[in-house]
Design a protein around this ligand. Sequence first.
Ligand code: F0G
Length: 359
Amino acid sequence: EDFDGEGVWRYADALPVSGSVTIDEGNTPLYEAPGIAADVDVADLRVKHEGMNPTGSFKDRGMTVGVRVAERLGVDRLVCASTGNTSAALAAYGARSNLETLVLLPAGKVAAGKLAQASLHGATILEVDGNFDDCLDIVAELANMGEAYLLNSLNPFRLEGQKTIGLEMLEQFEADTGDWPDRIVLPVGNAGNTAALHKAFRELVEAGAMDDEEVPALTGVQAEGAAPMVEAIENDYEAVRGWDDVETRATAIRIGKPVNAPKALPAIRETGGTAVAVSDDEITDAQRALAEDGIGVEPASAASVAGLRKLRDEGVVADDEQVVCLTTGHLLKDPDAAAAAGSEPTQVPNDVDGVLDVL
Ligand code: F0G
């Protein structure tokens, strides 16, 4: 088939299907972040910016595989619930494969850029008077009724695509430093990436390409107002207790019932990782710190850096660690949050003197 071997499809051997629904997803940059590195002061710090994917989030890695599977199955309608990014990615990949696309969103809680993407790519958008978890209940039922093919991270083929975040990161980190990272810090909503990265590394171990002790410590970060995974890790719960009421400025991770928790709790525990909750203000501060290093991310993404800062303060992350923070979505996804975190424009008269006056 028209498999081009780039980006996500470079790892075709690790994927369950070959690709044709592709808009060049993956191959995202692994940045140095000098300001943040000086602040957190670990042995090495990199930022893997998944906001540099075609629709501006890591979801594209899952959709290029998941929508390909949908094509193979011959379904005629795709569906997802979303805090925004999944719907943007599904709308784009659904459009690319000429499949009808339906998205259910929590009304009033989806950032402007994401809604605009779903809209322009031609998805049917339904706004539900409820939160993400309610939307997911509805779409899961629609899928069970055979009305549509589900492309949330409950779909294992989505997570197969997202494994490539981990594979690509290892290669890049090794090319830059000659080593692999000790720890990966990532934002957690449904905990799909946590589960996917763990699966990628376990497969490397099973293939004899990585030792068990070399698997990076998976470290999840949630917003304080939506932190059921953190609660489960801190209290040694066997299973996550879902939260009915959730709130955070990081709307992408405004999730109370992380569906991949049964995979993600062992992922965190078996890799020697942990989970930490950060406040909305800590998230915004981290978003500003990333911006000062020239890296533009949406609030949920900045949670990873906020979490690393907190774990350094608490002495959980050691001086000699090599750390990668995952940033999951682009700044332009949530222009309102970015503008609120940034500086106000100054009004000037229409002449050079007016401009010189403010310099
Ligand atoms: N970061 C961003 C920017 C996200 O959009 C999401 C999830 C996450 C992190 C959490 O990832 O589920 O792997 O723990 N967004 C979903 C959506 C829920 O609908 O766009 P996870």
